[in-house]
Design a protein around this ligand. Sequence first.
Ligand code: NAP
Length: 276
Amino acid sequence: MRATLITGASGGIGEAFARRLAAEGHNLVLVARSEDKLHRLCDELMLQHKITAHYVAIDLIDYEADRRLYEETETHNLEIEWLINNAGFGSMGDFARLELENELEMISLNVMALVALTHRYVQKMRERKSGVIINVASTAGFQPVPFMATYAATKAFVRSFSEAVAEENRPFNITVTALCPGPTETNFFDAANIGTNVKDAFLKKGMQTPEAVVEAALGAIARGKPSVVSGWTNWLTARLGNFVPNSLITRAVSGVLRPRFEERKQIEGAKDTKEN
Ligand SMILES: NC(=O)c1ccc[n+]([C@@H]2O[C@H](COP(=O)([O-])OP(=O)(O)OC[C@H]3O[C@@H](n4cnc5c(N)ncnc54)[C@H](OP(=O)(O)O)[C@@H]3O)[C@@H](O)[C@H]2O)c1
């Protein structure tokens, strides 16, 4: 049976992809760690749209998780026609003070799992001479971002990797697209443990809905585009890097974020002193 595999489908942009594609008749394989949420979503979508929906509750950071996921889909004879590598998370703060383990786990999920799943599933797509791969990057991947150094670098990797793989697979009728959303209304900021005073700096720009991000992705797939920025204001911001040197951008971003992190450090410091 043909199916669409979506990682990070238990919420946010991944869940929006699942809802939209189920409505369009795709059978689904939903992947994330939260088994309850995946189970409920599968039941709801199967009932509502008369599709088949499987879920695999797995931590994609775990050793050989990509292999286990691939074998699971093979065992159930699921032909993955669309692969949406969406699972990811971010962190914010002064890199030297962030927890190293978390930064390395971010690279494992945002980069290594995405590369591994692309490599595994693109083989069969080549044999069938058809397929779609959407890799979720970010507008943060268009320039270095101080206080989001690792996250922005992972997303720069996803953009570069996806656009190159898109070209390699063009003769095989496989569309690969790097989807670059800007700030989007999901659990992302809470999962990244970003303080509200820092979050506000992003919110001022205005947020997109996950549904709008999915719409942009599907438009790009229909046109065979290797990369898409969701939303025209995000597009303009992302293109700034073509005209302004990175050193100026990093100074400007740092000018906004550094005082907010200093303020946050002071708030946390005051809390610690009170508790001790
Ligand atoms: N929201 C934004 O402003 C924004 C902007 C640009 C790009 N993005 C990108 O969009 C993608 C989706 O994020 P989102 O905004 O929808 O955030 P979200 O609501 O936090 O969703 C993240 C998804 O990834 C899953 N996930 C996290 N860690 C995982 C792990 N170790 N193994 C398997 N699944 C894992 C989460 O499910 P479980 O917790 O159940 O595992 C969840 O389904 C990410 O790649 C993010 O970098 C987001």
